[in-house]
Ligand binder design. Sequence first.
Ligand code: ADP
Length: 473
Amino acid sequence: MEQNGGSIFPVGDALEMVIIFDRTGKITYANDAAEKKLEYEQELCGRNISDIFPNHFTAAENGLETAYPFGHELQNLVAYRKNLTCFPVEVRIMSSYAQPQTYICMANDTLEREHLNREVAQIKKEVQQAARVKAEFVANVTHELRTPVNGVLGNIRELLDVETMPDKLRPMKMIERCCEDMNKLIDNILDFSKLEAGKFTLEKRKFHVRDMLDYVKAHHISKITEKGLEFFMTVSPNVPEYVTGDELRIKQVLNNLLSNALKFTSVGKITVEILKTAQINGRIELFFIVIDSGIGIDKAEQDKLFQSFSQVDASISRKYGGTGLGLNICKQLVELMGGRIAVESRKGRGSTFSFSIWVDSCKEEPDRPAGANDARRPALTVSEVGERSADELQSFGTSKNREALEKNLSKLILCVEMENWEKAEGFMETVRQLTLKAPREVGRMVLRLKMAIQKEDYEKTASSFEELKAYLQ
Ligand code: ADP
């Protein structure tokens, strides 16, 4: 900081010209930018401001003559260099509060600023273009990767249906598992790249909260049972039946936290709680808590968890796999939904992940006749609904399963009509899960439909859809 060798303004690399003058117009301070742009060599001090702005200031015997409107407002003036050539400037000249009878002039070269603005706009455009190219590249590569992975997956599932030899079943199951992991990885990379490029949009629609939780539970229950863990899911009675929000993305966050809880817990239990924590002007804050009794995370590592590609340590990634993208995606999704995600954990004692999101409240519930909803599903815990309900949902042919299939298929075809292939893929995944226990020919039809959707092939999607629909009816 310097003023005539003393202190007021940063001089070194300031782009703006700063000149201070007294009531007679005598310049008492000029920064480097002013010296340089006006082409003086450290000789501005002592000159008169009328040398710089002769059209607006005249040095007279009894002071400075000027009609300049001193103040914070920007004025367009012409500044003269030492060699009497001139250039346009944007200027603000005001009287100093600290030093009476002193004026501070701050000026920017208009042409230079315009040039800089153009350069900044150009760089911004190039950065956006590079981000778009990258996002498109990732989208194309992941799309291309998906096709062979699903080819292998479909075939191995068909072979698994007929294979009975235990020594062959094991490697085949391993192939199936690897393909499923690969698909998860592809989804994560795609989401991550979209979130990074700021191209991620939420798709809000009305959905039934407890139905969504049933799906999430059905997705994990067999693995939870396989590991011999206890599972509880509690929905507070104050959580409304219906809300409007991005159901798919809420499920994605919850699924990710549950998968992690399951991955890192070998004994004990996993608990999920859902509460309504606030309601303001038709907006509702929902709060989700996922508690496990697993390996836990060191305090020092907890802060790094939500960064991309972060895993607690290499031994964990070797033992449990994963890319460290999941929690970063969760964090970004939760923040897009207006909420926050947090973790509390003790090494060896388990972890608690919690997140909040904002959704819109829904007044009427036209999809279900009044009262029917209460009879079918009172506001009780999903754990009370129990395994039976989840099993019913997944068992092909039960009324619950048929209802869910119909609902998802009609939403799927609607997305296809609207060419929202990504969303159609989401419904496709639910249809796939709902038909896991279906006869083989249904499995094949589902696979054909899935492949057609992944290729974004409208004709094939429509014919596969008709084929499946006709069979189901
Ligand atoms: P990944 O896909 O590798 O699981 P995540 O971002 O979901 O990536 O998780 C990052 C890391 O955080 C995991 O590798 C693990 O070390 C740690 N972690 C996440 N959830 C839990 C949990 N419930 N218990 C213990 N560690 C966890």
